[in-house]
Write a protein of this length. Structure first.
Length: 194
């Protein structure tokens, strides 16, 4: 750690090299653990891990003066690389994200829960009606926000990517749900009472 505080020289370079190797191992563990959730595999995971480790190293070198010694240095450094991995995975998700309802994925929900064929048919019909409602009743912005939330994107990430705030997203979701409910009631898939 003392070598990192200097900011120059061969000791600094050696310390950075050793720290980078540690950060790459941590980043690899994180991306291989979390990557499949984002549908990322193969060389992209390695690339994301190396990018996250390099960015974490830069942040650590910049903030080394803030290290107070309350925890082990490696524990403190671990936090930086995990945050960088999270950031990289979120950005990757937005770059390749698909804002359509995937009917095949949604239609498999009844299969996994053991519902009888009639209930499965009703569920599939409701999913198709919901997909159609998302495509026809919502504006492009509402569709983008709604599908991102349904796909598990956090509101903080969504607000950051869309350059808005959580309240605006809540309002967009409220309006989208209202439109979807109205269309599903009009098509007879939901009752107006509930």
């Amino acid at each position: 750690m003392d070598a990192l505080e200097g900011g120059r020289g061969s000791q600094y370079e050696q310390a950075c090299t050793r720290l980078h190797e540690l950060l790459v191992r941590i980043a690899m563990d994180e991306v291989f653990r979390r990557g499949p959730r984002y549908r990322i595999a193969g060389p992209e995971l390695n690339d994301l891990a190396h990018q996250a480790a390099a960015d974490a190293l830069m942040r650590i070198a910049h903030k080394i003066q803030e290290f107070r010694g309350d925890a082990r240095f490696t524990t403190w450094a671990f936090r930086f690389v995990v945050l960088e991995v999270s950031s990289k995975l979120s950005r990757h998700f937005w770059r390749v994200s698909n804002t359509r309802f995937d009917l095949d994925e949604w239609a498999q929900v009844p299969d996994r829960s053991g519902i009888d064929p009639v209930s499965q048919w009703h569920a599939r019909e409701l999913v198709e009606a919901a997909r159609d409602a998302v495509e026809t009743a919502l504006s492009a912005r509402q569709r983008q926000v709604f599908t991102a939330v349904v796909n598990g994107v956090s509101l903080e990430t969504l607000a950051s990517e869309l350059e808005t705030n959580r309240n605006a997203l809540y309002k967009t979701m409220f309006d989208a749900r209202k439109k979807l409910r109205a269309q599903l009631i009009a098509s007879g898939h939901l009752s107006a009472a509930g």
